[in-house]
Design a protein around this ligand. Structure first.
Ligand SMILES: [Zn+2]
Length: 117
């Protein structure tokens, strides 16, 4: 399955739409509800965390020698930005879609009470 391709009709979804509406994707061609596969979500999260750890390490080496009370802020802030950007970009580039069965809302069941006579 190609990335960002509807499994129902084969139409390609725009990358920005996959990242922006990742929880309620609807195919623009066949209107079928879509979801991003768990493997893609997990891979994007780990790629973002790995990038954040690398950026934190580089920023710590850069700012550790500078004196100041807020020297710890830059590595944390830059790592946060890197994690957010890389996770979203990975999802846009490598996200695979699967069919969503429907709303996660609970199904209402008709309950008939047995009334003893
Ligand atoms: Zn479709």
């Amino acid at each position: 399955m190609a990335t960002r391709q509807c499994p129902n009709c084969g139409a390609a979804m725009p990358a920005g739409r996959v990242a922006a509406y990742s929880y309620d994707l609807v195919c623009a061609s066949c209107q079928h509800p879509l979801a991003i596969s768990e493997l893609s979500r997990t891979f994007a999260a780990f790629a973002g965390l790995a990038a954040g750890a690398i950026v934190w390490w580089i920023a710590t080496l850069r700012f550790a020698s500078e004196p100041g009370a807020l020297g710890w802020v830059w590595p944390v802030f830059l790592a946060y930005l890197a994690t957010s950007a890389v996770a979203a970009l990975t999802l846009m580039l490598a996200g695979t879609l699967q069919l969503r069965t429907g709303d996660p809302a609970p199904q209402h069941e008709r309950v008939t009470h047995q009334i003893p006579h």
